[in-house]
Ligand binder design. Structure first.
Ligand code: HEM
Ligand code: HEM
Length: 185
C-alpha cells in the first residue's frame, strides 16, 4: 500500500492527479471569472476550491504517513535541491490558495457556501440585502493579495514542474513521470 522507490501506491497517484486537475481547473476559472467579471462562476470556484482544500489536506497527511519517495533517477545535488524547493512550493501553494480565498471571502462578509450548503452565513447589509457588510477590511486585503500573488507564483511553479517532469521523461529517460502515472520502474 505504501510508496516504494519502484512503484507509487494508487492513493499517491490518484491524489496527485486529482489535485493537479482540480488546481489547474480552478486557476483557469479564477483568471477567467476575474478578467471577464463572470460572477456566475464565483460560487462554483469557491465550492470546488473548498473541496480541493480537503483533498490537499488528505494528500499532506498521506505524504507525512508515507515519507518522501526516493528519486526515480539519478539526480545531481542541484536537481535534488530544486525538486525539494519545487515540491514544497507546490504543497504550500495548494494549501495557501484555498485558505487565502476563504479568508478573503469570509472577511468580506460573503460567508462560505459549498454547492449551496451554508458552512458560514453571510452578513448582508440590513438596508440593502444585495450588499455584504465587510467584517475585516485588513484581512480581506491580505487574503486578496495572497490569492493574487499566489496565483502568479503557482503558474510559474506548475510550469517549471511540468518542464521538469518532461525533462526526466524525454531527456533523462528515467521513470520519474511513469512512476507518477502508476507504473513500475
Ligand atoms: C486551490 C484553490 C484555488 C485556486 C487555484 C484559486 C485560483 C484563483 C485565481 C487564479 C483567481 C484570479 C486571481 C486574480 O486574477 O486576481 C482567483 C480569484 C478568486 N478566488 Fe480563488 N482559487 C482557489 C480557491 C478559492 C476559494 C476556496 C475561494 C473562496 C472560498 C476563492 C475565492 C476567490 C475569489 C472571491 C476570487 C476573486 C478575487 C477578486 O475579485 O479579486 N478561491 N482564484
Ligand atoms: C502539469 C501537470 C503535472 C505533471 C506532469 C506532474 C508530474 C509530477 C511527477 C512526475 C511527480 C513525481 C516527482 C518525483 O518523483 O520526484 C510529481 C510530484 C509532485 N507533484 Fe506534480 N505534476 C503536475 C501537476 C501538479 C500540480 C498542479 C501540483 C500541485 C498544485 C503538483 C504537485 C506535486 C507535488 C507536491 C509532488 C511531490 C510528490 C508528492 O507529494 O507526491 N503537481 N508531479
Amino acid at each position: 500500500m505504501k510508496d516504494t522507490q519502484a512503484k507509487f501506491s494508487k492513493i499517491t497517484v490518484s491524489l496527485h492527479w486529482l489535485v493537479a486537475i482540480l488546481f489547474i481547473g480552478l486557476m483557469a476559472i479564477g483568471l477567467y471569472m476575474t478578467e471577464f467579471k463572470d460572477y456566475a462562476l464565483f460560487p462554483i470556484h469557491k465550492s470546488f476550491g473548498f473541496i480541493l482544500l480537503l483533498i490537499a489536506l488528505l494528500r499532506v497527511i498521506w505524504r507525512y504517513m508515507n515519507g518522501w519517495p526516493k528519486p526515480a533517477g539519478k539526480y545531481t545535488s542541484v536537481e535534488h535541491l530544486l525538486a525539494k524547493v519545487m515540491h514544497w512550493t507546490l504543497i504550500i501553494g495548494m494549501l495557501l490558495m484555498p485558505i487565502s480565498g476563504m479568508i478573503m471571502t469570509l472577511s468580506e462578509g460573503r460567508g462560505l457556501y459549498v454547492f449551496g450548503l451554508e458552512l458560514v452565513a453571510s452578513f448582508p447589509d440590513p438596508e440593502n440585502a444585495r450588499r455584504m457588510l465587510v467584517q475585516n477590511e485588513f484581512l480581506a486585503g491580505v487574503g486578496e493579495s495572497i490569492h493574487g500573488i499566489g496565483a502568479n507564483v503557482m503558474i510559474f511553479a506548475i510550469g517549471l514542474h511540468l518542464v521538469g517532469a518532461l525533462k526526466h521523461h524525454i531527456i533523462d529517460k528515467d521513470g520519474t513521470l511513469r512512476r507518477m502515472l502508476g507504473q513500475s520502474i
